[in-house]
Every structure is written in structure tokens, then in C-alpha cells.
Design a binder for this molecule. Structure first.
Ligand code: NAD
Ligand code: IPM
Ligand code: MN
Length: 357
């Protein structure tokens, strides 16, 4: 019925500054493209909540979020008051696992007019997707810490890869490549050094690759892959990676394309058994929080990905056109892109462009 119920969770730091701009863009798109929104703001999953309650979320958080079409998320973390591994494992990492959002889809695109830190590169040269495994891999709570504080101290943290978990994210990447002109998948590996899990990953890439004879694939070890992102970004189309490698590549890619401040992500449950979550790639940026200068584009582009997920393709395209128009001018861009706009100025300019689309 083109009415969408969305849980809105701003989080900490600049999450609280960019979220209103994301919502402004959503509302502009709703009135321009004729759908309606039921936005449900939640004041948990932030470090102020932790200070009051000793945990990041209420025990019944899942019931409070309820049956929504999606979750719109800002950024969490305030390491001065709550250790990061606690605040993040009790919020975003818990959402990804509890909702089985096993794909973290992160586009990397150099926008027209945006200053590129790589010499001699223009918009067509950087345009690829990072498909990050989002529920297992190097992010595990399996391990131990023994003899703390002694000379015998030892810490162990296991990497977990399941055939089910690896195959499903690989299939998503190959399916995505099928929708692209180049139909190419690059796998991030480290099977020369990480000699159990990564050879397994490589083997699954080969196995799944045979199901897609119309898609080419190759692989790079993660160390040289980071170098290739900088030296030859035009080589990439769909890059599929384990949880940790995908995390690293999805900050590096956007930095090569101008700033991590524009990068969005979709934490997707492709089976539709629970809601997907849309958030910028960046964190709460304590170093600039409170100054009103954070780039809101990562949040707004995440709104576009959410609308595309709903099937509102025209609205998503309208938001993307508005982002491109505003980023093309120094007055529209925030300081991370050598512009003069503050968060609200940039966000309002994008929303006005959406309204006039
Ligand atoms: P960060 O992404 O918050 O910031 C890294 C650098 O990029 C900082 O210099 C920051 O000012 C800049 N930056 C980030 N977003 C920007 C934007 N929109 N506009 C302009 N500049 C921007 O990463 P960090 O400093 O490693 O982490 C800070 C906190 O955020 C930590 O608590 C971390 O755990 C958390 N974090 C949360 C998420 C999330 O909620 N999904 C993601 C990453 C980091
Ligand atoms: C991201 C973030 C998170 C991650 C952190 C905050 C746990 O860096 O979404 O990229 O590592 O997944
Ligand atoms: Mn990250």
C-alpha cells in the first residue's frame, strides 16, 4: 500500500546530527513521490541510554521495534564513556545477527564534481560494490582470555565460517554481478597465511562460481587488494569479502572516492524473515561531533537504498540525483569534501532538490 513503517535509531555523536537530514530527505521523497511514512523514533542503542540503564538496549528491544519494514540507523559509539566492544556488540552487531542481515552491501562511487584524492581519476573510474559477509567470520565471541595480568596471559579469538554462511553471501555477490554490465566478482582472500578458513573461502568461491558461467571472477590477497583499490580502482565491479576484510575495504573504497562521509550501507536480510537495516558506513565521529559539520550524505544515500529495498525506485533515483546535484557545488559540500556547507545546509539543499525533482 506504499506506506512504510520505519524504526529510526540515531545513536551517538554525529549519528544524532545526520539522522535528521536523512529523515528530511525521506519526508521530501514521500511527498514528492506519493508514499507515506510511519516513523518510530527510539531512544535506545546509544551511550546515554547505557549511562542510565547499564546496557545499550532494553531487554525487550525486539518487541519495541516490532514489525517494521526497515530500520534506519545512525551511528553508535562513545568510547570515552562506554568501551566500543560493549556498545557495538550490544547494538549494531546484535541487530545484524538477531535479524540475520547476512549481507552488508556498500556501494563505492566517485560522484561528478567531487574532489578525488587519487590523481587523474574521474567519476567513471570508481564505481563498484563491496559485498561484506555480515554475521560470522572474524567477528566472533568464541575464544578465551586466560591468566590475565600475568606473564602467561593468552588471548584466543576464533574465526567462524560455515558453508551455509559463506555460500549465501557469495551467491548474493554473483547475483548482483549479473545485474551489472561487467559481470565480474573479485574475492578478497588471504589463503596464503590464514591457512584454514581462507582456503575454505577460496574453495567456496570456485564452487559457487561454477553456478554462474556468465560471471567472471578473480581473487586477490587482502594486502595487495588494498593497494589495487588505490592504484587501479577501475578494475573492480563487485568485491566480495569476509566480515573483517569487507569492513576494511568499505572504508578504504569511499576514502579513495573522496570521503567516508558519503558512504551508505544496507544490512540486508534477503530472505525477508526479519527487517533490513540501513545506515551510513561511518561511525559517531567524536572528533567532529557537536560542531554541525558532519557530512549527511552517507545517511541520505542510506535512505535511498532503503527506498530501493521497498521497491520505490523512482524515489531512490530522485534522492541520488539530488545528492549528485548538491555535491557538484562547493557551497553544497561539507568540509570533508573541501566545501563550505554545514550539515543542515547540505541536507536542506538535497531535500529541496528532491522536492523539485
Ligand atoms: P568514524 O567513522 O566515526 O570517524 C573516522 C574519521 O572520519 C573521523 O576523523 C571523522 O571525523 C571522519 N568522519 C566520519 N564520518 C564523517 C562524516 N559523516 N562527515 C565528515 N567526517 C566524517 O570512525 P572512528 O573514529 O573509528 O569511530 C568513532 C566511533 O564510532 C567508535 O565508537 C566506533 O566504534 C564507532 N563506529 C560505529 C559505527 C556504526 O555505528 N556502524 C561505524 C564505525 C565506527
Ligand atoms: C561498520 C563498523 C562496525 C563494524 C563496528 C562499529 C563494529 O565499523 O559498520 O563498518 O566493524 O562492522
Ligand atoms: Mn567499519
Amino acid at each position: 500500500d506504499r506506506s512504510y513503517k520505519i524504526a529510526v535509531i540515531p545513536g551517538d555523536g554525529i549519528g544524532k546530527e545526520v539522522m535528521p537530514e536523512g529523515v528530511r530527505a525521506l519526508e521530501a521523497a514521500a511527498s514528492r513521490f506519493g508514499f507515506s511514512l510511519d516513523l518510530q523514533w527510539h531512544d535506545f542503542a546509544n551511550c546515554d541510554y547505557y549511562a542510565k540503564h547499564g546496557q545499550m538496549m532494553p531487554d525487550d528491544w525486539k518487541a519495541r521495534i516490532g514489525d517494521v519494514d526497515a530500520i534506519f540507523f545512525g551511528a553508535v559509539g562513545w568510547p570515552d564513556t562506554v568501551p566500543d566492544h560493549i556498545s557495538l556488540w550490544q547494538s549494531i552487531l546484535q541487530f545484524r545477527r538477531e535479524y540475520d542481515q547476512y549481507v552488508n552491501l556498500r556501494p563505492v562511487r566517485l560522484m561528478p564534481g567531487v574532489p578525488c584524492p587519487l590523481a587523474g581519476r574521474g567519476p567513471g573510474d570508481i564505481d563498484f560494490w563491496v559485498v561484506r559477509e555480515n554475521t560470522e567470520g572474524e567477528y566472533s565471541s568464541i575464544g578465551g582470555h586466560m591468566f590475565p595480568g600475568t606473564e602467561r596471559e593468552i588471548v584466543i579469538q576464533e574465526t567462524v565460517m560455515t558453508r551455509h554462511g559463506v555460500d549465501r553471501v557469495l551467491r548474493f555477490a554473483f547475483d548482483l554481478a549479473r545485474t551489472r554490465d561487467r559481470r565480474h566478482v573479485t574475492s578478497a582472500t588471504k589463503s596464503n597465511g590464514i591457512a584454514i578458513t581462507m582456503p575454505f573461502w577460496d574453495g567456496r568461491v570456485e564452487a559457487i562460481g561454477t553456478e554462474y558461467p556468465d560471471v567472471t571472477h578473480d581473487k586477490y590477497h587482502i594486502d595487495i587488494l588494498t593497494a589495487q583499490f588505490v592504484l587501479n580502482p577501475q578494475r573492480f565491479d563487485v568485491v566480495v569479502a569476509s566480515n573483517l576484510f569487507g569492513d576494511i575495504l568499505s572504508d578504504l573504497g569511499p576514502a579513495c572516492a573522496g570521503t567516508i562521509g558519503v558512504a551508505p550501507s544496507a544490512n540486508i536480510n534477503p530472505d525477508g524473515t526479519s527487517p533490513s537495516l540501513f545506515e551510513p558506513v561511518h561511525g559517531s565521529a567524536p572528533d567532529i561531533a557537536g560542531k554541525g559539520i558532519a557530512n549527511p550524505v552517507g545517511q541520505i544515500w542510506s535512505a535511498a537504498m532503503m527506498l530501493e529495498h521497498f521497491g520505490e525506485d523512482a524515489a531512490a533515483a530522485g534522492i541520488m540525483a539530488a545528492i549528485e546535484a548538491v555535491l557538484a557545488t562547493p557551497e553544497g559540500r561539507t568540509p570533508d569534501l573541501k566545501g563550505s556547507a554545514d550539515t543542515v545546509t547540505c541536507g536542506k539543499a538535497i531535500s529541496e532538490a528532491i522536492a523539485g525533482a
